[in-house]
Write a protein that binds this ligand. Structure first.
Ligand code: ATP
Length: 358
């Protein structure tokens, strides 16, 4: 079993004024694919490097399969790591690069050959085994780095932005391949990225990090659907979630957006007479050129055809939001359109703390 228990990890770099990780606790089940997601500097690489043993925490602990590994050297942890920079040996053939870790571990030649052939087959590197890394494309080089990690039969696979050096199309293709490979291997995997679409597509679970802490941990769709706070809603999703200033009427029955009164969900009854933030995703706002009851008027500012939809920037009661309209919707800047917020997809946040209301 390679379940991971991270408890109260604190790390401050020498000379650093802020904690790179600030009391992070996280349980990862055996075989799970967990993504650490967050903006630059939020501490995800630091957390990964502490898992790998490349950094030591100031306090807190890490256990794998119930065994404390916090202060074990990297080579005693039975973990494999894939770096963003490929880190392949340029003057050695692909075959050598893939088998490197096994050679270091003094495995028999027969076992190395067998495992290298297996990984090369899995990552479609068979034809390139006798080439040098310089004779490979960026995508193929990154496959070598992944192959080298998976031949090790490690308990845990750690990946630090492994796709970030690839161009957009390669990235998309390799992402789905990687997902399949890691699923089949059933190895506990921790994967760092700042790319929210990568996190949503790959993770069994996503830990969204902010300023050294975990802002939300959950199933990718839950995190997307019900962000725990404004930061998470703004970071996950493209476009980000809209946040609209609103107020709850004195009797709790209406949600007031500017001059408009909408029917308030029952959740809001206990927040009567308070200001709230209404969170709604662009695809959960229906648009119409004709008014019907319960609609909110908006003025179209920008129209962006996206192929499968049209992205509209709309001013609503003095606030700017993004709306995803069907590709057949016709409008132009300056037009008035009518918006309906889908009742089940409205989320509500405290106007001061920006935390979800429950
Ligand atoms: P990125 O996506 O840019 O890699 P990250 O989320 O992985 O960012 P970390 O690299 O873990 O963030 O950095 C967390 C914080 O620790 C940042 O404020 C960073 O400046 C600081 N930091 C990271 N490495 C060091 C170091 N070796 N020495 C001093 N401070 C560091």
């Amino acid at each position: 079993m390679a379940d991971i228990t991270i408890s109260h990890l604190v790390k401050t770099y020498p000379g650093g004024t802020e904690r790179a990780t600030d009391d992070v606790s996280l349980d990862i089940a055996d075989g799970d694919f967990t993504v650490l997601l967050g903006p630059s500097g939020c501490g995800k690489t630091t957390l990964l490097r502490m898992l790998a043993g490349l950094e030591l925490p100031d306090s807190g602990s890490i256990a794998v399969g119930g065994k404390d590994v916090t202060y074990l050297p990297p080579n005693k942890r039975n973990m494999s790591m894939v770096f963003q920079s490929y880190a392949v040996f340029p003057h050695r053939k692909v075959r050598y690069n893939i088998g490197f870790g096994l050679s270091m571990a003094k495995k028999p030649k027969e076992e190395i050959d067998r495992k290298v052939a297996w990984a090369a087959d899995l990552l479609q590197l068979g034809p390139y085994l006798d080439r040098l890394p310089a004779q490979l494309s960026g995508g193929q080089r990154q496959r070598v780095a992944v192959a080298r990690a998976i031949v090790m039969d490690a308990d845990v696979l750690l990946m630090d932005e492994p796709l970030s050096n690839l161009d957009a199309l390669l990235r998309l293709n390799f992402r789905s391949e990687l997902k399949k490979i890691v699923k089949d291997l059933k190895t506990t995997t921790v994967y760092v990225t700042h790319d929210q679409s990568e996190a949503l597509s790959l993770g069994d679970r996503v830990a969204v990090m902010r300023k050294g802490q975990i802002a939300q941990l959950g199933d990718p769709l839950d995190v997307y659907d019900a962000p725990a706070d404004r930061f998470v809603g703004g970071f996950i999703g493209s476009p980000p979630m809209n946040f609209i200033k609103a107020a709850v009427s004195g009797d709790g029955g209406a949600l007031i957006v500017g001059d408009q009164r909408l029917r308030a969900p029952s959740l809001l009854q206990s927040y009567s007479s308070t200001d709230v933030l209404l969170g709604v995703r662009a695809e959960n706002v229906a648009v119409d050129t004709q008014r019907s009851s319960g609609d909110v008027p908006g003025t179209v500012l920008v129209v962006e055809p996206m192929g499968s939809s049209i992205l509209l920037t709309v001013e609503v009661e003095g606030q700017t939001i993004k709306v995803q309209a069907p590709p057949t919707f016709r409008t132009s800047p300056g037009s008035t359109i009518w918006l309906t917020f889908s009742p089940n997809s409205m989320r509500f946040y405290d106007s001061e703390t920006a935390m979800a209301l429950v």
